[in-house]
Design a protein around this ligand. Sequence first.
Ligand SMILES: [Zn+2]
Length: 403
Amino acid sequence: MGAELDAITHPQDAGHSERSLGTRFLVFPQPPFIPGYEKPEVVWIGAAAGPILPGPSDRRMYVIDPVEPKRPYRVPILPPYQGFLRPPVEPGPDGHFDHIKPGSRAFVSTHSFACARRVLDICEGYLGHPLSWFFEPTLERLEIIPHISEWDNAQSGFGFLELGESKPNAQSSFFALSFDSVAHEMGHLVLLSELGLLEGNGRGSDFFAYHEAVADFVSLLGLLQFDTAIDRLLRRTGGNLLLHNELDRFAELSEERQIRTFNNSLRMGDVSDEVHDRSKPFAAALFDSVIEVYQTLLYERGLSDLNPRRYSNLRQQLAPALIHEGLRISKSSYELNHFAYKAALQEARDVVGESVLRSWKLLQPDTLTFESAALSFLEVSYNGRGRAYMDQLEDCMRWRLIL
Ligand SMILES: [Zn+2]
């Protein structure tokens, strides 16, 4: 008995088996100047990606750090980059990259790689299959350029993801250090790969605006995979995400950019044709959907007295005062249920995330409209984990005048 226990607690090859579980990186879920996010979180990139080599690089993507000032890619100049490169960032003796600490040039490389790789893993999980890049087989892997100086932008395209800075030469402003920026660009790449490319110019379709909505939503899905983010969001609001309804108050409460993006009451009639503007009602409807499923799970599990099925579009229809009164609970009673609330939010995130990503196989780029996207989302929900919430999901789309 004693020997058996010893074998369990002291496996002979602990180092080796840990390597086979994946590779560690440090990632900031939000930029470190945001209160509560000063320290990075350890993230494991799973072993299915194969070994992670110097760069970092693996069989799906690689980071390069050019010696010369690089100009952003523009057709016809595309990857692979032809100039001289700085030495790749090396893993530690244990094979992990979490020995690379914030503040160094190497960290900009490991951070952008880990963010991009993690978003790909999350999206593949929702899709239920590995993704092939839309630029294969011309290019086999995604090239990541973690920092272009004096370029206030981030962009993704045919085989590349490159990241600039919002203030000249200030590392705190590098887009590579913003999970949100990297995740948004990865959202575009994943959607292009799964939905496909336009054959025409996209006129008459919502292709480009839908892209922006999805890129933001993928970034939200990514954020909600971090313990730091989900714990802070729930504890700050006492688990009451309906506080979103109180627009001004919530803006104060919400430090995560991804959450603020979805914090709007815009309907399709309220927005212009500019793609970012036009993306807002649909993106917000997806966020409403997450909240509806979350509140339903809380009710079903005896964690809330509010039955969302009694209201159509909970977030938008209930008076803020009622929500505030009805759902207010003391901090100490919230803490008793924190992990139950957390499980509900994670489940709601996954129900909606899976339906959105799996709806792409029903859509065609050239004829895509927000209405067709909403109908496909509902169809996939009905045939999947969203069936129990159909009325609420449909209400979310109707309230925004998407249907
Ligand atoms: Zn975008």
